[in-house]
Design a protein around this ligand. Structure first.
Ligand SMILES: Nc1ncnc2c1ncn2[C@@H]1O[C@H](COP(=O)(O)OP(=O)(O)OP(=O)(O)O)[C@@H](O)[C@H]1O
Ligand SMILES: [Mg+2]
Length: 212
């Protein structure tokens, strides 16, 4: 696998982590902080932040979908990513914007690779192909025991309803990805207070803003 493609324009920041770890909370707080500074920023998410992606999201998350072949699921996520990168992420980076995404390729590697029974290298090849191997300049991993994360919700979707062991493999999947590339990752304990996590993220993002 190549070392990936990093956009020369803009800044690409990704939030990853298990269910209820605080990705939506922290990605929104980071967006608001950057907007206050007058920076051009786009907050987006996977799966589902394109017209076709919205349909794909419904299929993969709706409990009414029932059993899907693991390969089908991986391909549906990959299709969402291709739409997202081509029509949302890359155009904004080319405009010099800061793109913050709530989930990206690592979620596929963790959920469809480590979490399911697929060969991680094969899943990665598909996801990298789908995204033109575009990598975030920084990925924030919000690390939380699945028992704690799932406890932050009442209702569960198709993925959230998987076993605890599944979610434990997913958690370890994120940690392994971060450990393999510390320059492009920060792992934060998601049990900390929201404002503490927010400040730790700002500290890591600030130098990247100065470089630009
Ligand atoms: N550090 C924190 N401590 C305690 N509660 C938190 C913390 N961060 C977020 N929460 C709460 O936990 C719940 C889930 O947070 P959030 O929706 O941001 O997680 P998420 O990672 O986006 O979840 P999902 O994977 O389902 O999208 C929300 O009610 C949120 O207010
Ligand atoms: Mg969320």
């Amino acid at each position: 696998m190549s070392a990936g493609v990093f956009s020369e324009h803009g800044l690409f920041v990704c939030f990853e982590g298990g269910e209820g770890a605080g990705k939506s909370t922290q990605s929104t707080l980071l967006r608001d902080w950057l907007v206050e500074q007058g920076r051009p920023v786009l907050l987006t998410f996977e799966p589902g932040d394109t017209p076709v992606g919205k349909e794909l999201r419904r299929i993969v998350l709706d409990p009414a979908t029932g059993e899907l072949s693991d390969r089908t699921e991986a391909l549906l996520y990959a299709a969402d990513k291709a739409e997202h990168v081509d029509h949302v992420v890359l155009p904004a980076l080319d405009r010099g914007e800061i793109v913050i995404t709530d989930r990206y390729v690592d979620s596929t590697l963790a959920y469809q690779g480590a979490g399911r029974t697929l060969d991680v290298a094969e899943v990665e090849a598909v996801a990298r192909w789908a995204t033109g191997d575009l990598r975030p300049h920084l990925t924030v991993v919000l690390d939380l025991a699945p028992e704690a994360g799932l406890g932050r919700f009442d209702e569960r979707d198709r993925i959230e309803g998987q076993s605890l062991e599944f979610h434990q493999r997913v958690r370890q999947g994120f940690l392994d990805l971060a450990a393999a590339d510390p320059d492009h990752y920060v792992v934060l304990d998601a049990r900390a207070a929201i404002d503490e996590i927010e400040h730790a993220i700002r500290e890591r993002v600030a130098p990247l803003l100065e470089e630009r």
